[in-house]
Design a protein around this ligand. Structure first.
Ligand SMILES: Cc1ncc(COP(=O)(O)O)c(C=O)c1O
Length: 426
């Protein structure tokens, strides 16, 4: 679109309004979407990590139509089929012992309501979360967030303390992996002790850190956090908003690590992006607190029928098209291709990290070079997540991608890197 971005009658998110270049998306199919200027883009990002089912899915469109014809308007506390069935489906995906679902409109509200539930249940008011994390844009969720997006809003809600995510590459060459692991464990254990053992209500983590760098926890780390929480009566909340629904090759990323959280938050790909819905899954031992105590939480559009219908159909499509399995099957292809790309450009690609259909290149490039890379990706009509804040290019294609499409998409990314970031080494 050629109109100056400041002329639009709405805000663009996370950006200064001047100079923003929006895409005018008109539809799409599978991993491709079309823009008003007649271009076809390859979606190697799943938009903002919600389009796991791909674009233009006929079953999702039909399910939403059917639900709209059947029932749209209802009360937050009314009961209806889509709400009942979706809650049952979600609890069936969770570990044994999970008993209730709290519905929201998206991921930030899921974080927000997990915060409230943890405070109400424990009677404690402090929280631990990690640097290099994102938990949402509302004030509570932003206070938990451990990246630059928190800073303009400080002080956030009181009582939040951040600890370090195990980002062992940071110390590479300075100490052994064993020492590093011990350092990260000591950091969180100290933080919990010094904040007051009986003061901390919950510890929030992204099971695999998402936008802050595809940080996969080392063996034993999440189990250690689980033990620490148990020893201190602290609830463990796994934020699966980005990683849930197959992104890492399992339904939820925590499943890779042999732990059972107390609370699981989700959003984004819960509906494949076709509806606005988030959810907080709560273990029975916590949920039962509200049998007698009031749950001071609620939303006008709680469990909106259109969102519930979209999520129900999405879950059924994940199953029927074996999309989670496809992510697991293609994981080695993604990793091998990314490593091959790094091997060709070791001068400017410092590291690659990958799990499932979620991979990140750590680039050694300055702001100008990253700007050139962004322009080059646009020129080739490839959507990725390119972040100057941590010099990362992250790929997270829809889970319906084929092996050939994955190779092709990655080849375009490699060409864009090659064209825009000059060689500095052999
Ligand atoms: C890990 C994580 N949690 C929470 C959120 C917030 O979700 P939403 O933007 O749907 O409110 C996000 C969004 O990117 C996320 O990545």
């Amino acid at each position: 679109m050629n109109q100056p971005s400041t002329d639009y009658p709405f805000f663009f998110t996370w950006s200064a309004q001047k100079g923003h270049q929006p895409l005018d998306i008109r539809g799409g199919q599978g991993i491709y979407f079309d823009t008003a200027d007649g271009n076809r883009w390859t979606d190697m990002a799943s938009l903002v990590y919600q389009a796991n089912l791909g674009h233009g899915h006929p079953r999702l469109i039909q399910a939403i139509r059917d639900q709209a014809a059947d029932l749209c308007l209802t009360l937050p506390n009314a009961v209806y089929e889509a709400k009942q069935r979706l809650a049952e489906e979600l609890l069936a995906l969770a570990p044994d012992g999970f008993g209730k679902v709290f519905f929201t409109l998206g991921g930030s509200e899921a974080t927000e309501n997990a915060l409230k539930i943890a405070r109400l249940v424990t009677g404690r008011s402090k929280f631990l979360s990690r640097y290099r994390s994102y938990h949402g844009a509302t004030m509570g969720a932003l206070s938990l967030t451990g990246d630059y997006r928190r800073l303009p809003f400080e002080p956030g809600i009181p009582g939040v303390s951040h600890f370090y995510a195990p980002y062992c590459e940071r110390l590479a060459g300075e100490s052994s992996p064993v020492v590093q692991q011990a350092e990260y464990r000591n950091d969180v254990a100290d933080r919990m002790a010094y904040e007051g053992k009986d003061k901390v209500a919950a510890l929030f983590i992204e099971s695999v850190t998402g936008a802050n760098g595809v940080l996969v926890p080392p063996d034993g780390y999440l189990q250690y956090l689980r033990e620490l929480c148990d020893a201190n009566g602290v609830l463990m909340v796994c934020d699966e908003v980005l990683t849930g629904f197959g992104r890492t090759g399992k339904w939820f990323a925590y499943e890779h690590f042999d732990i059972v959280p107390d609370i699981i938050t989700m959003g984004k790909a819960l509906t494949g992006g076709y509806g606005t819905l988030g959810a907080v899954l709560v273990h029975d031992r916590i949920a039962s607190h509200f049998d007698d105590a009031v749950l001071y939480a609620g939303l006008t559009h709680y469990a909106h029928p259109l969102g519930c219908a979209a999520a129900l159909e999405a879950i059924s499509v994940y199953r029927d098209e074996e999309l989670v399995e496809n992510a697991a099957r293609l994981a080695p292809v993604l990793r091998a291709e990314m490593e091959r790309i790094q091997d060709a450009r070791p001068d400017r690609i410092r590291a690659v990290r990958a799990i499932g259909l979620f991979g990140g290149f750590v680039l050694d490039a300055d702001k100008t070079e990253l700007g050139a890379l962004s322009a080059e990706l646009d020129r080739r009509r490839v959507l990725t997540h390119l972040r100057t804040a941590n010099q990362m290019l992250i790929v997270s294609p829809p889970l319906c991608i084929t092996e050939a499409e994955l190779r092709e998409g990655l080849a375009m990314v490699a060409e864009a890197i090659d064209t825009s970031i000059p060689k500095t080494g052999p």
